[in-house]
Design a protein around this ligand. Structure first.
Ligand SMILES: [Zn+2]
Length: 442
């Protein structure tokens, strides 16, 4: 019989499966991708030379070993090869070489037998482009993803890869009859990775000059790489725990495993101890989910409602909440508010003012949440809802066109929208603190 006093005591000493996990409230996992680029100097030596074939075999074995290790932990791993190793595979994968991979080339074996995801990678500066690399993957029986496996994002650099070409199908340079349209950007990098952007999240880059701004209608998505999966994912997890980032927004992280690590003596064992096993443990705690870029975007669509978000600590300026120090902006309403709770967002500027119709509004978000920007009349009644959406910490702008509103004084206000509540929550009456008065003169 259950229910005796001793049984109750025994039950009470067991962890309650429904209780909150030890790290605090249950928050979404940080979505992590582990990947490896094979650069275009691999295999070394001219294709067809004995040195090239030998070096190819070294990489082949190392990558197969890595695939086996990843599978043993059920840790997804993405391989993103460039042009040369794919040409080498077409050249070298004969029946003798494929004897240990079930008669398949090693890429097919990685994908079909070890569950490795294979995406193209290309620097696009050797006479071929992503479409050509994707076409070689097709030829090897491992094509199909639409991930742009790394690119130089900064239009000010000569190496800029013009990612926006892929808004429509792009023809190959080597295979001009082939077409491919990449729509998932990962690894937004700088040459030599000396100044890679430290961002997390999934967004649709607005255009080449506004790469880190989300535009809902964009048909290419980007995944923020953040830094170092273990420490990085824990940092990002903390942003959920302390409420800096709302749980409705996706946070992402990725880490590159250099093939030289896989080839070095003892390299794979070190990788297992320092990365693969600890990652599997973080996953077991629910802190991270391990995935590939294509699946990550599927999850973003289904679990996060395709809400674009860029977490960029660089743009979260003057918000050292704990220190309470001067934040440097005289318009910061916290200065005037004394001991009032700090606002999660405030308007910074609206202009031109007076305006004949069009107004650009700039606002600062300190704590990511859903916000609504409204135009109120002089009596404090809402006359226009300009924007309502989830925003990340940082500076944002929105344009408003007054349409056929009559001339007069209006107020621009920003308010946080509590999840699940509608306009009823907006208080009417006096324009709220921090509203900016604008004069419409027609
Ligand atoms: Zn590369």
């Amino acid at each position: 019989m259950l229910g005796s006093a001793s049984a109750d005591r025994a039950a009470a000493s067991l962890p309650d499966p429904a209780a909150a996990p030890p790290w605090g409230s249950s928050v979404p996992p940080v979505y992590d991708v582990l990947f490896t680029h094979i650069e275009d100097n691999t295999p070394s030596g001219p294709l067809g030379s004995p040195q090239s074939r030998q070096n190819y075999l070294v990489h082949r074995n190392a990558l197969l070993a890595m695939g086996t290790l990843a599978q043993s932990y059920e840790v997804p791993w993405s391989l993103q090869p460039d042009w040369k190793i794919l040409r080498a595979a077409l050249l070298y994968e004969d029946s003798a070489m494929t004897a240990n991979t079930g008669g398949k080339n090693f890429l097919r074996f990685l994908r079909e037998d070890l569950g490795v995801v294979i995406d193209p990678h290309s620097h696009e500066n050797g006479g071929y482009n992503y479409t050509d690399v994707a076409h070689l993957l097709d030829s090897l029986g491992v094509g199909g993803t639409t991930v742009i496996g790394g690119h130089i994002w900064d239009p000010a650099l000569p190496q800029f890869q013009e990612w926006d070409r892929y808004r429509v199908p792009v023809a190959g340079l080597q295979f001009p009859w082939a077409e491919w349209r990449g729509d998932v950007l990962m690894g937004s990098g700088t040459p030599g990775h000396v100044n890679d952007p430290l961002v997390s999240g999934v967004w649709r880059p607005r255009d080449r000059d506004h790469y880190f701004e989300d535009e809902e209608t964009g048909n290419i998505v980007a995944v923020g790489q953040w830094r170092g999966l273990l420490s990085g994912a824990s940092e990002l997890h903390q942003l959920y725990v302390d409420g800096t980032v709302p749980q409705a927004l996706m946070l992402t992280c990725s880490e590159h495993i250099n093939p030289s690590k896989l080839i070095a003596p003892g390299g794979l064992a070190a990788l297992e101890d320092t990365l693969i096993a600890p990652l599997a443990a973080l996953r077991a705690e629910g802190i991270v989910e391990l995935t590939d870029f294509t699946s990550l975007i599927d999850t973003w669509r289904t679990n996060f409602g395709s809400v674009g978000f860029v977490y960029d600590p660089e743009t979260v300026t003057g918000v050292e909440l704990a220190s309470g120090e001067d934040v440097g902006d005289p318009r910061d309403p916290r200065r005037a508010r004394g001991a009032d709770p700090l606002p999660h967002a405030w308007l910074e500027a609206c202009g031109p003012n007076p305006t004949s119709g069009r107004v650009e509004m700039r606002y600062q978000v300190r704590v990511g949440a859903a916000f609504r920007i409204t135009i109120l009349d002089a009596a404090g009644r809402e006359v226009v809802r300009v924007r309502e959406r989830v925003e990340a910490p940082g500076s944002h702008t929105v344009d408003w066109e007054a349409g056929d509103l009559p001339s007069g004084a209006y107020y621009v206000a920003i308010a946080e929208v509590a999840p699940g509540l509608t306009g009823a929550r907006m208080s009417h009456g006096q324009p709220r603190a921090g509203a900016i008065k604008i004069l419409l003169l027609r």
